[in-house]
Write a protein that binds this ligand. Structure first.
Ligand SMILES: Nc1nc2c(ncn2[C@@H]2O[C@H](COP(=O)(O)OP(=O)(O)OP(=O)(O)O)[C@@H](O)[C@H]2O)c(=O)[nH]1
Ligand SMILES: [Mg+2]
Length: 216
């Protein structure tokens, strides 16, 4: 999916901004989706948090996103990124569906210290990849926790191998620079994906490279 042109051909209105990239931030409850958008958005974030009403969610946090978060970053006068945060709870998966349909790319956040959520993270990745061909990167959060799993073991637990694993990065969603690095990785991946859909053949994989690449 290409970026959305804002101006109509022949429009009399001069418009500064000409492209919007829609990026979805998804992942299980408490992975850090709302914080990710709050940390990086240049506008006041639209949030839809309500008191958690299932015991499983309440154990993790008192409030949870029930519809979506929305934030924006202007990259340059002609291009902006719109960030959409999904709810983490599966009962709101109709929102996952709505948001991913029009995404240019997405970030799957996984809390590295909550192995009980790895199955859900895997489910969300499958859900999204069945609905979009848009590129994905995996952001591992809570790596600062003493209970955090080592990234490579975590990715294997999520069911990825060298062939199937999207680009992976450690993200502290409370730090703007860390969030920005993950968005940059997604942008690079999107750019590579566009090129590879144009290229007639894929470059050969390097047998000496590690099983799964991870950037901290
Ligand atoms: N220590 C630490 N805390 C983090 C990290 N990422 C997120 N958090 C914290 O985790 C908590 C949950 O973050 P939220 O952004 O509300 O999580 P969410 O994914 O939007 O959760 P739901 O909307 O309920 O699905 C917040 O208090 C964040 O500050 C991290 O990498 N390290
Ligand atoms: Mg949230």
């Amino acid at each position: 999916m290409s970026a959305v042109p804002l101006s109509q051909p022949g429009s009399a209105q001069p418009r500064a901004l000409s492209q919007i990239l829609r990026v979805v931030i998804t992942g299980p409850v408490g992975a850090g989706k709302s914080t990710y958008i709050e940390t990086t958005s240049e506008i006041e974030v639209v949030r839809t948090e309500r008191q958690a009403c299932t015991p499983a969610t309440r154990r993790l946090k008192p409030e949870t996103t029930v519809a979506m978060d929305f934030g924006r970053i202007t990259l340059n006068p002609r291009m902006a990124v719109h960030l959409y945060g999904t709810p983490g709870q599966m009962r709101f998966d109709f929102m996952w569906d709505l948001l991913i349909q029009r995404a240019h790319g997405y970030v799957l956040l996984v809390a590295a210290h909550r192995p009980a959520q790895f199955e859900t993270a895997r489910y969300i990745h499958r859900f999204m990849s069945e609905r979009t061909l848009s590129p994905c990167v995996i952001g591992l959060t809570h790596l600062d926790s003493p209970d955090a799993w080592p990234p490579v073991e975590l990715l294997l637990a999520l069911g990825f191998d060298r062939q199937t694993c999207p680009p992976v990065i450690g993200v502290n969603t409370q730090e703007r620079r860390s969030v920005a690095r993950s968005l940059l990785l997604l942008a690079q991946h999107m750019s590579r994906s566009r090129q590879s859909t144009k290229a007639p053949t894929q470059p050969p994989t390097n047998p000496a490279s590690p099983p799964i690449a991870f950037s901290a």
